[in-house]
Design a protein around this ligand. Structure first.
Ligand SMILES: NC(=O)c1ccc[n+]([C@@H]2O[C@H](COP(=O)([O-])OP(=O)(O)OC[C@H]3O[C@@H](n4cnc5c(N)ncnc54)[C@H](OP(=O)(O)O)[C@@H]3O)[C@@H](O)[C@H]2O)c1
Length: 279
């Protein structure tokens, strides 16, 4: 039995889709089991990282856990709660979704969970993806309205990865011991700045899309004004400064080695999702 946490989100829903129809039993965890929809044949359980009883029940009879905790300064606490429940239930392996730079970013939300997992006596795989290509969906509203895309990272490039590739790597790690004890830093195939990504989206859409530069302080105020939790804003701003300074222009071959094919390009992603940007 594989337990997928974060199963209604970007990565977890794709992990669930890829696991469905396979021989392995799959249980998905959500706080809202009556409103979430999943493929047929999947067991659904109500679980909340803030309610340890629900985690114990979710992990009962499970051998392998896909651990995905939602962004916020609660990540270390949520990781620990799920790991404690997993150990208590006799789970033998955990695949944790972390983030690129977890080991080098000061105050990383994911490092405590990574360390607890590595010290916990279970088999483990840690996935540290770069920024998801799907973050570009955050530009859809502006593009649909014919407005410029806010660029908070200047000419700084990142190596965005397609969430479908992250999920595919996660499924390989969940299903095979070959990836036990490995930390994979998952990047896409090329380094792209926001203007580079927007230019590729514009090609897919067949019309020009402008960008507008937003400096760090303005970005901070916009996020706080939008009601985003200050801890999330602090991490987002630190990340934007990091990218702007060029430190995120990192490529690894980990995704290609695990997938046995090159990771999808942003051009592929834009082609598959351009409808979301059409007015
Ligand atoms: N976005 C990026 O560029 C990027 C890059 C690298 C790493 N990451 C990492 O990826 C993770 C986010 O993945 P994602 O984008 O796939 O997530 P997402 O789409 O934001 O979905 C979040 C999931 O977490 C679940 N969740 C939230 N609070 C919960 C709670 N208290 N108890 C149980 N479940 C809870 C939600 O389930 P319900 O609402 O159904 O309960 C939902 O399925 C984060 O750890 C982030 O650091 C993101």
């Amino acid at each position: 039995m594989i337990l997928v946490s974060g199963a209604t989100g970007t990565i977890g829903s794709e992990v669930t889709r890829l696991l469905s129809g396979r021989a392995e039993a799959v249980r998905v965890m959500t706080r809202n089991p009556y409103t979430a929809t999943f493929p047929d044949g999947i067991e659904i359980v109500r679980g909340d990282f803030d309610e340890s009883d629900s985690l114990r029940a979710s992990a009962e009879g499970v051998t392998t856990v896909f651990l995905l905790t939602a962004p916020g300064d609660w990540v270390p606490r949520h990781d620990k709660a799920m790991l404690d429940a997993a150990v208590a239930a006799g789970v033998t392996k955990v695949v944790k979704l972390s983030a690129i730079g977890a080991d080098t970013t000061k105050g990383s939300w994911h490092l405590p969970g990574e360390e607890a997992l590595q010290a916990g006596g279970l088999a483990w795989t840690i996935l540290r993806p770069a920024g998801f290509m799907s973050n570009a969906l955050g530009w859809a509203q502006a593009i649909r309205a014919g407005q410029p895309v806010a660029n908070r990272t200047g000419t700084g490039a990142q190596s965005p990865i397609d969430p479908r590739d992250v999920a595919e790597v996660a499924v390989k790690a969940l299903l095979s011991a070959e990836h036990d004890g490995r930390i994979y830093t998952l990047t896409g195939p090329e380094c792209l700045s926001v203007p580079d990504q927007v230019a590729q989206l514009a090609d897919a859409l067949g019309h020009a899309v402008e960008t507008i530069d937003i400096d760090i302080e303005e970005a901070r105020h916009q996020m706080l004004d939008a009601g985003i939790h200050p801890s999330v804003v602090a991490v987002a701003v630190a990340g934007q400064e990091y990218v702007r300074a060029g430190h995120a222009a990192v490529l690894t071959g980990d995704a290609e080695r695990v997938l046995n094919r090159p990771p999808r390009t942003f051009r592929d992603w834009a082609h598959d999702h351009f409808a979301a940007f059409r007015s």
